[in-house]
Design a protein around this ligand. Structure first.
Ligand code: UDP
Ligand code: MG
Length: 321
């Protein structure tokens, strides 16, 4: 816990990552504003322009005349959707932080329902689930189905649709989750470390009106790589030695046993062991074992630095009563 020491000034912060969405913003922002006004809560819309090269910023400036709660944040260059979300989280002043795509694929009309679930169930994350996706099956839905399955298995947070941008976060979660690379998909999994209550609610998915999707099949491969990182972080962040140490003991142990066997063979029968591939394997495994243990020790050092530099505690308190 650190940034979370502040208290929220507003009810809602809507975070929109924007990369070349001028055409879509024109209709999407007024639609979103309409829904938010009807809700009767205090709100802000944080539009994060992720280095657009089209007139997105000019469009936002024009829309700000009608919607004074619009904040326009301009990145210096294209940093990616995860960075845009992070900037939104950092700047958010709302008690609940709502993320959604700016291309109009997420439906603002879903917000009141999600919010109701959030408040009634005292959840920390309400995640949208696009039950009927409007995208092509082979190139988009199938890979994401597979990715969702794998993520659910290996992170222990069982959602059907990690990729849905429409999500509501309690501000404590939004302020405390640290994102790198393209990890925004994994926020619920990352946040599980804090002990969050997550629920999934079906939402509407609409086709993109203008422009093209910024992602393609290559994304799936990168998602799988990110998954490796996440799984490791979630399980061994606070105890790397138990991961590397185990591998080290196994490898070193087997290597030692093989070495011992060869030594005894040599001593007892006088056999020539110098040319046996097994000797090479024994030596290799023993060296690897030492390496793994060393890596574990280094990992322990890094973990200590990580927690201490950030004044991070290894626990998180939900409330004191
Ligand atoms: N986006 C962004 N930076 C990027 C790529 C995308 O801010 O580098 C935004 C984009 O403008 C949109 C959202 O992230 O609001 C989702 O992108 P997109 O619609 O292309 O993804 P898809 O819906 O096809 O998964
Ligand atoms: Mg989209």
């Amino acid at each position: 816990m650190k940034k979370s020491m502040m208290t929220p000034e507003l009810d809602l912060s809507i975070v929109l990552p924007i990369y070349n969405e001028a055409g879509n913003l024109e209709t999407f922002i007024p639609e979103l504003s309409g829904v938010l006004r009807d809700l009767g809560r205090t709100y802000e819309i944080i539009a994060v322009d992720d280095g657009s090269t089209d007139p997105s910023v000019a469009t936002l400036r024009r829309l700000k005349v009608q919607e004074p709660h619009l904040r326009i944040i301009r990145f210096r260059r294209n940093f990616g959707q995860t960075a845009a979300f992070t900037a939104g989280f950092d700047l958010a002043r709302g008690r609940y932080v709502i993320t959604m795509d700016a291309d109009g694929q997420n439906d603002p009309a879903d917000i009141p329902r999600l919010l109701k679930v959030m408040e009634e169930g005292e959840y920390d994350i309400v995640s949208g689930w696009r039950q009927e996706r409007k995208e092509p099956f082979l190139s988009r839905r199938l890979p994401s189905m597979i990715a969702n399955r794998i993520i659910a298995r290996s992170t222990g947070v069982a959602l059907h649709d990690y990729g849905c941008s429409l999500k509501i976060y309690h501000w404590e979660v939004a302020k405390n989750v640290n994102l790198y690379g393209e990890l925004h998909r994994f926020i619920p999994a990352l946040a599980s470390e804090m002990g969050v209550r997550v629920v999934e609610v079906p939402v509407n998915d609409r086709p993109r009106r203008y422009g093209k999707s910024k992602y393609n099949l290559g994304k799936t491969v990168r998602v799988i790589l990110d998954l490796l990182t996440i799984t490791f972080l979630l399980n061994y962040m606070a105890r790397p030695m138990q991961f590397f140490g185990l591998a080290g003991l196994l490898s070193g142990g087997i290597g030692f046993a093989l070495g011992l066997y060869l030594t005894l063979l040599k001593l007892l029968t006088g056999a020539n062991i110098g040319t046996r591939p097994l000797l090479l394997l024994a030596i290799l495994l023993m060296i690897l074992g030492v390496q793994f243990v060393m890596m574990g020790l280094l990992g322990e050092l890094l973990t200590r630095t990580y927690f201490e530099v950030q004044d991070k505690t290894i626990y998180m308190i939900r409330a004191e009563e």
